[in-house]
Design a protein around this ligand. Structure first.
Ligand code: ZN
Length: 69
């Protein structure tokens, strides 16, 4: 809400530190686990181990439930 000017490194005093990578997280090929979507019942694979008792959602449902900003 506030319109605070961000004061971090002015552009010319901040030269030579181009360490801005970090785009590639650990999202490589991962072990996928079969699961059944709790929403639509479709079989899907999730990159994490489905926890018993916890709902698992396929990609579609997951995205529906968690809209991106
Ligand atoms: Zn689903």
């Amino acid at each position: 809400m506030g319109m605070r000017p961000e004061r971090r490194g002015s552009r010319d005093s901040d030269r030579g530190g181009g360490f801005r990578g970090g785009f590639q997280r650990d999202f490589g090929p991962r072990e996928m686990h079969k699961a059944t979507c709790s929403e639509c019942g479709a079989e899907c694979e999730v990159p994490f181990k489905p926890t018993e008792g916890k709902p698992v959602y396929c990609r579609d449902c997951y995205q529906k439930r968690k809209p991106r900003f």
